[in-house]
Design a protein around this ligand. Structure first.
Ligand SMILES: Nc1ncnc2c1ncn2[C@@H]1O[C@H](COP(=O)(O)OP(=O)(O)O)[C@@H](O)[C@H]1O
Ligand SMILES: [Mg+2]
Length: 606
């Protein structure tokens, strides 16, 4: 899975990436500018305080007089109040920007994830997508908002301090500031090291989590394969390197602060040494010296902050790159410009222009292969009349799901075409097709929410009456009304307390509530108890009436009544006909049927 591991980030700042990211922050431009100004003003007031102290010492303390002390105090208090308002303002603004950016980008990402096709999910681990939408987006929001806070404040403050120092005493200032370049270079170096060290820690940590995951979910397999010792060794190696990188990260962090403080003190020491002599020789006032000392100690704080922001920006740049790669990803399967103009897109469908779908389907010389896979279908031909029920049987991996996924346009043919009502389906819109298809999968997925909401998901403008009508049709109404809260029962993440069969019935109702013209059942009855299966069986018969349907099922009882049974082997139809005809043929289907019939008989006896 190379390419999806945490990449090393380039050490250079790449402005083009940030330009692209800022495109997604247009909504916050105004707030970012205001925030910048607020921070400049915070820094400005921070600058004034040592000057106030200088004035207090030189005007009141040293001469021992209190004239004008009242006015001085009022100004002092006003400054403090102003600063309090400023601080409140920047916290609120930065928070708003931080959250807003995250919200906007996540919304964009979520929208993109709805548009991307199966081919994308085939090659992208879900964990990778999750990490992009959570930690990367969070890092972007944090770095941009708080990075702006720290750097706008830090730069203004440093610049201001330097100016004040130079004005207060030019020579002394030059001497003190001589340590700044060394400090800046050292800070950058250390921040980089620290960040890299912590990134290594995170990397190994995610490997350990993964290994834990495997250890737990694969425990039984491990035992049957007697792999405990190897697993333990791998795990110990991982935790060993974890200890090594953690210690290194800690050492770097621990070294950094003392070094900055030492250099800072050196600057202060220089100021004190030369300044002290100045006071003694009477050309520097006490107030000036005290102010000077405060400024020099204050000076080194922003250097540290800015170095940190700079280093964080580099880490965030990697996040930005990954987020952009997701948000700007083009779906492999999408309608072209002309089709979108006529029929609309997923989010704004122009349903008035949609033709009715009758349900005639034709595969014409369809060739299909998955990305970096072998050909699954080679010149596949099949004609299905509207309203026909087609059953697909065959071994696992023979291509049954591929055949139906192609009809649903989850994938498109590599060569050849699929006609719906006589027209290549790429000449109609995706949403048109999808809103005309009801699809029930092997493991039903229910969304968190109530049963009512879940069934309503199946279409637009579905009323409660519709929901109850289809629930009755698929034999789900009875068990739903027996639940404490009936249709308002929360199904919870993944379906909570409902049995698989019950979830299956709900997903049945959801699939047909919009009255789709095409209905697909992919092994939906394979993991269900016999009683529910009877209900589903009965439901299927009602559901299939008058729709073009594809049924893939393990249990032959689901299949015997279909209009046509296709036996698929290695992507080819090797037998075809009704149940009766195929039994008479005594071919593959006959063997399958008699074997399973025997099996089911044995099962029902035991
Ligand atoms: N998403 C996929 N990516 C790559 N290969 C796939 C994918 N899905 C199925 N295949 C391969 O295509 C072939 C047909 O699979 P499938 O249509 O799922 O068969 P069936 O539904 O009959 O079990 C198999 O060899 C399978 O490994
Ligand atoms: Mg399958």
């Amino acid at each position: 899975m190379t390419g999806f591991e945490e990449q090393d980030y380039s050490s250079k700042l790449d402005l083009s990436i940030w330009k692209r990211i800022f495109k997604y922050m247009r909504n916050y431009k105004k707030y970012l500018i205001i925030l910048g100004f607020v921070m400049v003003s915070v820094a400005g007031i921070d600058l004034i305080f040592p000057l106030m102290t200088r004035r207090a010492i030189d005007n009141f303390v040293v001469p021992g007089n209190v004239n004008g002390l009242g006015r001085f105090t009022i100004v002092y208090v006003l400054l403090i109040l102003f600063q309090v308002v400023n601080v409140g303002l920047f916290i609120a603004l930065a928070g708003k920007i931080e959250m807003g950016i995250q919200y906007d980008i996540r919304k964009l990402g979520f929208k993109k994830l709805q548009e991307l096709s199966f081919t994308y999910y085939d090659k992208t681990p879900i964990g990778w997508i999750m990490a992009r939408m959570t930690s990367d987006v969070r890092r972007l929001g944090e770095t941009i908002s708080w990075g702006l806070v720290d750097s706008a404040w830090g730069l203004t403050f440093m610049f201001g301090v330097a100016v004040v120092l130079l004005v207060l005493n030019f020579k002394l200032a030059l001497i003190t500031l001589s340590v700044v370049p060394i400090l800046a270079i050292l800070s950058m170096y250390f921040q980089k090291k620290i960040l890299k060290a912590y990134r290594d820690v995170r990397k190994i940590n995610s490997k350990i989590t993964g290994s834990f995951n495997e250890g737990i979910s694969g425990a039984q397999t491990t035992k049957t394969l007697v792999r405990e010792e190897e697993n333990l060794k791998e795990f110990t190696d991982l935790t060993g390197s974890m200890r090594y990188v953690s210690i290194r990260a800690a050492i770097f962090s621990a070294l950094f602060l003392p070094i900055v403080l030492t250099l800072g003190s050196l600057g202060t020491g220089l100021a004190l040494w030369f300044g002290g002599n100045g006071v003694l020789t009477e050309n520097i006032s006490y107030g000036t010296l005290v102010a000077f000392l405060s400024y020099t100690t204050l000076f080194f704080e922003p250097v540290r902050e800015i170095a940190r922001v700079f280093a964080e920006l580099q880490a965030a740049q990697a996040s930005a790159e990954r987020v952009i790669s997701l948000v700007e990803m083009e779906p492999d399967i999408k309608d072209n410009e002309g089709i979108r103009r006529e029929y609309g897109d997923i989010l704004n469908p122009k349903e008035d222009n949609w033709e009715d779908l009758k349900g005639d389907i034709e595969y014409k010389n369809v060739v299909f292969k998955y990305e970096n896979g072998e050909k699954v279908l080679e010149k596949f031909n099949l004609k299905i009349k509207s309203g026909e029920t087609i059953a697909l049987v065959g071994e696992t991996g023979s291509g049954k799901s591929t055949i139906v996924n192609l009809v649903c346009r989850f994938y498109e043919p590599s060569e050849g075409e699929i006609l719906i009502d006589g027209i290549d389906y790429r000449k109609r819109s995706l949403s048109w097709l999808h809103s005309n298809i009801g699809y029930v999968l092997q493991s039903p997925h229910l969304f968190s929410g109530t049963i009512m909401e879940n069934i309503k998901y199946g279409g637009n403008n579905i009323t409660e009456m519709d929901v109850i009508r289809v629930s009755k049709l698929v034999n789900a109404h009875e068990f739903i009304t027996k639940l404490d809260k009936g249709y308002d029962t929360q199904v919870g993440e993944g379906g909570g307390k409902l049995s698989t069969g019950q979830k299956q019935l709900i997903s049945f109702a959801r699939a047909i509530v919009s009255n789709p013209r095409i209905f697909v059942l992919d092994e939906a009855t394979s993991s269900i108890d016999t009683e529910t299966e009877k209900k589903i069986q009965d439901a299927i018969e009602k559901v299939l009436q008058d729709r073009t349907s594809f049924i893939i099922a393990h249990r032959l009882s689901t299949i015997v009544n279909s209009d046509r049974i296709l036996v698929i082997k290695k992507g080819k139809i090797i037998e075809e006909g009704t149940h009766k005809q195929l039994i008479k043929n005594k071919g593959y289907y006959y063997d399958l049927y008699t074997n399973q019939f025997k099996e089911e008989e044995i099962n029902s006896i035991s």
